[in-house]
Design a protein around this ligand. Structure first.
Ligand code: TXA
Ligand code: MG
Length: 332
């Protein structure tokens, strides 16, 4: 493994891009201070240049290299990173002028986090520079939670994928921005639901869903309504009675527990059933397996994937967000 880490560092130093594991999903990393390297990330992903990247720092001490934290939110930033870093919480802060325009898509803000994955951290630290890293999939497609999924998405386009097994969170980081409110706890604008839940954030401030558009432009363009999408149409079936199968079509079920007596499992003669959390139904396990299961169903040659909802509490909020976006704006 040590050789692979050395090779990753050498490539990143030369301005190359490398797929690396994080605790959430695999990322496609480039030296954040090298615009030519960052451009390769956009090209490999076929990502539009208006969709900014997350910058990953090796230690909290590196935060001032990429972001400016105004006095009025400094205490809140310290509390949040004290509790959740390293980990799957991304903060949107004012951008440091050293961060290239391409990374932030010209925005005055930058999204920053410190990954908890030991392999990612080791490379980030050894390089001594922040890493810009979006999820290592083609734009709009399902995020990869294993090295083999990265190869399916980007094989032939990138020089190296570091394989460290499956990701332990399974869905992308929670993204927030912070607003100070005189005499009150701060307001956290939730730009993307993720592994750090609303309930966890509420200990530190009030949480509100961020507006998704500013004028005509999406505020976090990765949050376009159709995203994380398999190639097979996915229908999120909020109620079993809404299912009207067409004659001769092949349907697969994305079930929560896969239990035989569940209202969705018993609805139809499914071509295949994949369970997010077989048997017991645990949201943390469902999050870990979500993109893996979606990918398997996508490869099963179905006419449509029918997804069962999960309860929208805790991690269920992020899972339902991904299912809705996979279903796209007009399909469910
Ligand atoms: O868990 C994660 O966050 C993974 C791993 C690799 O760290 N990364 C990830 O990156 O999910 P990506 O590029 O797939 O999603 C980043 C999201 C996008 O929706 C992007 O629009 C948003 O972050 N974003 C980045 N910079 C932003 C900014 N300055 N303001 C608002 N949204 C921003
Ligand atoms: Mg992504």
């Amino acid at each position: 493994m040590k050789d692979a880490l050395r090779e990753a560092c050498a490539l990143l130093q030369q301005g190359e891009i490398v797929a690396l594991p994080t605790e959430t999903v695999y990322g496609l990393a480039a030296d954040a201070f090298n615009p030519a390297a960052v451009a390769k990330v956009f090209a490999a992903k076929e990502r539009p240049s208006f969709d900014p990247l997350i910058v990953h720092i090796a230690s909290r001490g590196d935060l001032p290299r990429v972001a400016i934290v105004p006095d009025d939110i400094a205490d809140y930033v310290n509390q949040l990173i004290g509790k959740f870093w390293p980990g799957p919480l991304t903060l949107i802060l004012a951008r440091h002028p050293d961060v290239p325009d391409l990374v932030t898509s010209g925005l005055p803000t930058v999204a920053v986090r410190q990954s908890a994955h030991p392999v990612f951290r080791a490379i980030n630290k050894a390089l001594g520079r922040p890493l810009a890293a979006p999820s290592a999939n083609r734009f709009g497609s399902i995020s990869p939670t294993s090295a083999s999924a990265v190869i399916k998405e980007l094989g032939g386009r990138i020089p190296l994928v570091i394989d460290a097994g499956a990701c332990c969170e399974g869905i992308e980081s929670t993204i927030i921005s912070i607003e100070a409110r005189p005499g009150k706890k701060p307001l956290f604008h939730l730009h993307r639901a993720g592994p750090i839940t609303k309930e966890q954030l509420q200990e530190f401030g009030r949480v509100e869903k961020a507006r998704e558009t500013v004028g005509q432009l999406p505020q976090a363009p990765g949050q376009l309504a159709s995203h994380y999408a398999p190639r097979t149409p996915l229908i999120l079936l909020e109620k079993p009675e809404d299912f009207h199968p067409e004659e001769g079509k092949r349907y697969g079920l994305l079930s929560y527990t896969g239990a035989d007596d569940g209202p969705f499992v018993s609805l139809h003669e499914w071509e295949c059933i994949e369970a997010l959390s077989p048997g017991s139904g645990k949201l943390a396990e469902a999050a870990i397996r979500l993109f893996f299961v979606m990918r398997r169903l996508d490869e099963a040659g179905l006419d449509a994937i029918i997804a069962e909802p999960v309860s929208e509490t805790g991690l269920g909020v992020a899972i339902m967000d991904r299912l809705r976006r996979a279903a796209g704006p007009n399909k469910a």
